[in-house]
Design a protein around this ligand. Sequence first.
Ligand code: ATP
Length: 199
Amino acid sequence: IFLKALHIQGFKSFADKLKLEFGAGMCVIVGPNGSGKSNVADAVRWVLGEQSVKSLRGSKMEDVIFSGSSARRPVGMAEVSLVFDNSAGTLPLDFQEVTITRRVYRDGESQYYINRSLCRLRDIQELFLDTGSGKEGFSIIGQGRIDEILNLKSDERRLLIEEVAGISKYRMRKKEALKKLEDTQKNLERLNDIIVEIE
Ligand code: ATP
């Protein structure tokens, strides 16, 4: 898969609708300090489900919404879409092109879409798991990240290799299955208590 386009509106410094189209090969975004280069990378991670406001360089989620400038009033909603070329079928969806959208309003209401159909954050995370393109994937390498990877502890390095090898999906499912088992066990215990009481 490759990222064909990025549509931004009301996100951080981008008040107006902005469409960036990326061709195959290398693209470079250049600009003076503070012009919004990192905001573009933040937008990509944000759509892919980034929940950490700290890593988005804010203090609350509302900070991703354009907060106004000397020339413009603040806006009420931020929306970012990523358009992926899926002709190689890497994403398990029967579409040549896959658009992922995230939207957030000032009251905190937030929505995710896959090809304009409302979905859950989880659906987006699952879609990109093991493709190497998720928010923790290696397609986005932030400033300082290389040093961080070199300094990882051995168990953290293992997690990284697991994502590359494509087993994080199974780790996530195992965790969910264990949680279900635990809940079921608790239900069974409750049932047993009730049976004992009735008898
Ligand atoms: P550098 O080269 O210094 O890393 P950059 O081009 O990566 O800079 P960014 O960090 O992407 O720049 O952009 C920072 C700019 O975005 C700041 O001017 C900041 O005021 C603006 N900005 C961030 N969040 C918002 C927001 N919610 N509303 C309006 N402007 C914002």
